[in-house]
Ligand binder design. Structure first.
Ligand code: ZN
Ligand code: ZN
Length: 201
């Protein structure tokens, strides 16, 4: 359901039959109670038909498939053959993480520092600020508090593509502050953003 070549997830669309969406097309991620191996997320996503739909994504599809760790195949441009992606992408991803690079990161406002993160910690996303940019509410894996960053679409979609600097909403959000995606969009429209550098080392 995740294709590492196009970096797209495949869902179903009532109008077109199939919806192929990127991570930055996600609007809301909600971890379902109950399923734990793997855990399952209910994802609301913006479809090319103009509507938003809801689909289910397993935890490994969110966090590991973009790194090639799902047993998918990819087209090797050197040999022009389909090869197991896990060997190529997985090994490369492991080496880059070992060298201190991180596939995804964000700036934690309450802690005043950049943090590594995985897509399963993304909460709300919406087009925001400058054209082409994405507003992203993230629950910090370390302090569990919510920060809002303004990032490029590639920062969200492409593992190891980290913006050098991101916009950060200058505000600590309490758990009930962003109850709905509408609250989030209003916050994006009304907030001022500070630029922060995203160097993890
Ligand atoms: Zn659709
Ligand atoms: Zn934090």
């Amino acid at each position: 359901m995740y294709d590492p070549i196009s970096t797209r997830y495949t869902f179903s669309c009532p109008a077109h039959g199939e919806a192929r969406v990127m991570l930055h097309d996600f609007r809301e991620l909600d971890r379902l109670d109950g399923a734990t191996h793997p855990s399952v997320y209910r994802v609301r996503y913006a479809c090319s038909c103009g509507d938003e739909h809801v689909g289910l994504v397993a935890h490994d599809e969110l966090d590991w498939a973009p790194l090639g760790l799902d047993g998918a195949v990819f087209l090797n441009l050197m040999t022009d053959r389909l090869e197991p992606a896990e060997v190529e992408f997985g090994d490369l991803a492991a080496r880059r993480i070992g060298a201190g690079e991180w596939p995804w990161s964000f700036f934690c406002y309450p802690e005043d520092r950049p943090r590594p993160v995985f897509p399963s910690m993304f909460w709300l996303l919406a087009p925001g600020g400058r054209s082409g940019s994405v507003g992203l509410a993230v629950r910090c894996p370390a302090c569990l508090r919510v920060s809002i960053n303004i990032v490029s679409a590639a920062h969200v979609d492409i593992p190891f593509h980290n913006d050098a600097a991101v916009g950060v909403v200058d505000h600590v959000f309490h758990d009930d502050a962003l109850r709905t995606i509408e609250d989030f969009r209003a916050e994006l429209d009304s907030s001022a953003f500070d630029a922060r550098r995203l160097e993890l080392q």
